[in-house]
Ligand binder design. Structure first.
Ligand SMILES: [Cu+2]
Length: 253
């Protein structure tokens, strides 16, 4: 997909005769990597949102606006990495309440939690994935925070391999998280508290592409290098997520 899109952009630029050589080729500048995501509903939640991120070194500045969520209930929100770096579709069936999608049902698609998008002073690593005290809890939320991540995570997000997932779905319309189905992440919680409500893939922002890619004529290699470099790491993380979930399931039996 990415390769194709870059190729199309490069071809289009050539065809329309855009000035491709404005300055010297800068393969690794320090101006940051900008990403955007459109979040759409999962599990018929009615939720949606937009995300914007800027990766500069190991600093990730992220802004996230969400709406259509259950009011007065915490909504865990994360950047997931791993799997295929994609969102499941809204109608994808899962193992939860009346076929609802639970978090682990789509782990092969969006991967595992890499960054927890908590409010201050919440921690931001995977261990804070269910830090309910520090997540937004309104129907509509505006979130902004600059988070320090590992070099590997920073590079993966910059490469467009991050997926923003917002959790918490009131399947039965009771106005609160309840029901007999337990969360696949934490059996002390109802699944409504953790089931995914909205998802969006963090893609490299179109605006920044002419600077880094098209001008240099290196667009095709820029698209190839990251997936090659991170394929193994991503696979390992995906398997790790499965292992963790499997272990937790076993522990609860
Ligand atoms: Cu998540």
């Amino acid at each position: 997909m990415r390769k194709t899109r870059l190729a199309i952009i490069a071809t289009t630029a050539t065809l329309v005769g855009l000035p491709l050589a404005v300055g010297p080729a800068v393969a690794d500048d320090h101006s940051g990597h900008e990403l955007t995501a459109e979040l759409t509903q999962l599990n018929d939640s009615g939720a949606s949102g937009t995300a914007w991120a800027m990766v500069d070194g190991t600093q990730v500045e992220i802004k996230l606006e969400t709406q259509g969520l259950l009011a007065g209930a915490p909504h865990a929100q994360h950047i997931h990495i791993g799997g295929q770096n994609v969102c499941p579709s809204n109608d994808q069936e899962g193992s939860g309440f009346e076929g609802a999608l639970q978090v682990s049902d789509a782990a092969d698609q969006y991967g595992a939690v890499a960054v927890s998008l908590t409010n201050e002073p919440g921690k931001t690593g995977p261990d804070a994935a269910l830090d309910v005290e520090n997540f937004p809890a309104d129907a509509s939320n505006t979130y902004s925070r600059t988070i320090t991540v590992s070099e590997e995570v920073a590079q993966q997000i910059a490469a467009g391999d991050g997926v923003v997932v917002v959790h918490g779905v009131d399947h039965d319309g009771s106005g609160t998280y309840d029901g007999d189905t337990k969360s696949d992440l934490d059996p002390s919680l109802p699944s409504e508290a953790t089931d995914p409500a909205a998802c969006g893939e963090l893609n490299v922002a179109q605006m920044s592409m002419p600077e880094g890619g098209v001008e240099t004529g290196g667009a095709s290699t820029a698209g190839i290098e990251y997936p090659a470099a991170f394929a193994l790491g991503t696979l390992a993380m995906g398997l790790g997520a499965f292992g963790l979930i499997a272990a937790r399931r076993r522990a609860t039996k």
